[in-house]
Write a protein that binds this ligand. Structure first.
Ligand code: AVJ
Length: 314
């Protein structure tokens, strides 16, 4: 909960400076997603090496009938994060009996664009955008008895960006703001061969490297910092101990960076930790959600690279 107060109460400058003062320098991964960052992420999802997007889509596709059964008819489908993806469309196509689709996103401009397109494509579904940071306490629209049950949709294994303790508290916050019979459809990336994991974050085309370095460009532009982008190298590896992919930006020489009126010294080889992407076993994930949710169904691909799970509130 402390984190959530910090998330909403601190400015980007506060958070950046605070992260860079730590002995292991760090930056919050949410700052990847400015306009250019979102575009680069789109490119990542189309990379040969980045298996999660394609596999999740195919799991949804292949199990759409069972998934539709879990969601039930007249549901309020609440998507956490941008609702632009083809995954959302896959559900909206199939679930013609949805009472409403509620995309929750922090970017108002982006959300309005998506919503106006979806309203044209799915005129029979009532679409109710909520502008909010879904990681802090937000309110779902009160739609009386116009729906049967609330179902949260959280694809892409974005849950993996949270430290496990934060994921637990996030899930319990979600449980707090939903009806007693709410469900959740969630995408979870699974533990697998280290080489496969690492190549997904070290693509041949260097798109992930651009995505990582774009954070520094953003900080230069928005906070007037003077990072020399070319003096930082992308590094991503699987930390087996922690069960997570870590992304870093590694200083290629001893250098100084100025932000506001503060100077940050980087030694040669010193890194900024920019992202964690946790990978779970099915048992680990079941334990992670167990304070607030029960795992009702698990769908995976034939290699068990990725899972889509239906959870219900305890
Ligand atoms: C969108 C957070 C799920 O962790 O795999 C992709 C982001 N970072 N490549 C992930 C990401 C580098 C992605 N998530």
């Amino acid at each position: 909960m402390e984190n959530q107060v910090a998330d909403t109460g601190q400015t980007m400058l506060d958070e950046v400076v605070e992260g860079l003062r730590k002995s292991q320098k760090q930056l919050p991964s949410k700052y990847f997603y400015d306009e250019r960052g979102s575009e680069l992420f789109e490119q990542i999802t189309r990379l040969e090496e980045y298996y999660p997007t394609e596999i999740e889509r195919s799991i949804l596709n292949q199990n759409i009938d069972a998934i539709a059964d879990s969601i039930g008819s007249k549901a309020m489908l609440v998507e956490l994060g941008s609702g632009s993806s083809s995954k959302t469309r896959l559900l909206l196509e199939k679930l013609d009996s949805l009472a409403s689709y509620v995309p929750v996103d922090i970017s108002e401009e982006y959300l309005l664009k998506i919503v106006s397109n979806l309203r044209i494509e799915y005129p029979r579904i009532s679409i109710i955008p909520v502008f909010a940071d879904y990681t802090s306490h937000f309110k779902l629209p009160s739609l009386g008895d116009s729906y049967s049950q609330q179902v949260l949709f959280y694809p892409g294994s974005t849950i993996g960006n949270f430290l496990p303790e934060k994921a637990r508290s996030f899930l319990s916050t979600l449980a707090d703001i939903t009806d007693p019979d709410a469900g959740m459809l969630i995408g979870v990336d699974l533990k697998k061969d280290k080489q496969l994991l690492e190549s997904a974050y070290n693509d041949e085309d260097g798109i992930t490297a651009k995505f990582n370095k774009n954070m520094l460009k953003r900080i230069n532009r928005e906070l007037g910092a003077d990072f020399e982008i070319n003096l930082f190298a992308h590094k991503a590896y699987f930390n087996e101990q922690e069960g997570r992919i870590e992304m870093h930006l590694v200083s290629q020489k001893k250098q100084e960076v100025q932000i506001a009126d503060e100077t940050f010294v980087f030694n040669k080889g010193e890194s900024i930790h920019t992202e964690n992407s946790y990978k779970y076993t099915l048992d680990e994930f079941e334990d992670l959600v167990s304070d607030s949710f029960s795992v009702e169904q698990v769908w995976t691909d034939e290699d068990d690279y990725f899972s889509v799970q239906y959870l219900s509130k305890k």
